[in-house]
Design a protein around this ligand. Structure first.
Ligand code: ATP
Length: 250
């Protein structure tokens, strides 16, 4: 089957610093794939190359078999590749119900009059309600985003990405900065993402990685060290050496 997302010989360097080296990655349709690696391994650079924020110095990127290497960031979203962000990029004064309503309306090409869409379209309202429920936001749906607990804000970011109806979702450190008490919600939300969406997760939290992923790629110095099923990766002596070398963290 054609992979949902693929890189072929991807390369990126900043000046003389090679941060992505001949990276060939295949994310299967419907996969729960995690990309892990020690600090500075080049994970964020890979995400930026996949989304089109950065241009590679070499190699190609294919979305469901179609070459998107030269497609803009927005063009990739329209083709079904979306991401969440490490940093909150939400509207602080809007509530979750408004934020998701705006995102759904934008997908429908009606972003300009989203408040009218929300008032009149029962299908849109049903979709908003479903996403509020899925991401445990119903209880805070009328609170301004800026006042929400951090974990809820991270959940809203994922809900917004899902509202674009992606075929492939890049989840960039969804648990980063989330206090222990709210971590469970993130795990549950990530576990309940629609199965027809292919997910590539970048994450330092190994509990989340191992509870979520059916495939793990380990990046070190911009190159693929090991790729395999979670139990294979956990047993791998090279992976152990990399992680033991830098302590328990990511
Ligand atoms: N715009 C840039 N200009 C120069 N060097 C950069 C740039 N972006 C990243 N780098 C360097 O590329 C390397 C990989 O960085 P990157 O942020 O992709 O790694 P990472 O695996 O995401 O790290 P972390 O887990 O700490 O977030 C690092 O050495 C970083 O300093």
């Amino acid at each position: 089957m054609t992979p949902a997302l693929e890189t072929r010989g991807l390369a990126k360097q900043f000046g003389g610093l090679k941060v992505t080296r001949d990276l060939s990655l295949k994310i299967a349709q419907g996969a729960r794939h995690a990309l892990i690696g020690p600090n500075g391994a080049g994970k964020t650079t890979v995400i930026n190359l996949l989304t089109g924020v950065l241009r590679p110095n070499g190699g190609r990127i294919l979305l469901e078999g179609n070459d998107i290497t030269d497609v803009t960031v927005h063009g990739r979203v329209l083709r079904g590749l979306s991401r969440t962000f490490q940093i909150n990029q939400l509207y602080p004064d809007l509530t979750p119900i408004e934020t998701i309503g705006l995102a759904v309306s934008e997908r429908l090409g009606r972003g300009g009059d989203w408040w009218r869409v929300m008032g009149t379209r029962s299908d849109v309202n049903a979709e908003i309600a479903e996403n509020l429920e899925r991401f445990h936001l119903t209880d805070v749906m009328n609170e301004p985003t800026a006042t929400l607990p951090y974990g809820k804000q991270r959940l809203l970011e994922i809900a917004v990405a899902i509202a674009t109806k992606p075929r492939v979702l890049l989840l960039d450190e969804p648990a980063a900065g989330v206090p222990e008490s709210e971590r469970h919600d993130i795990l549950a939300a990530v576990a309940s993402l629609p199965r027809d969406v292919t997910v590539l997760l970048i994450e330092h939290d190994m509990d989340l990685v191992f509870s979520f992923a059916d495939r793990i790629s380990v990046l070190v110095n911009g190159a693929m060290l090991v790729e395999g099923a979670p139990d294979e990766v956990a047993r791998d002596s090279q992976v152990k050496a990399v992680y033991l070398g830098e302590g328990a963290d990511g």
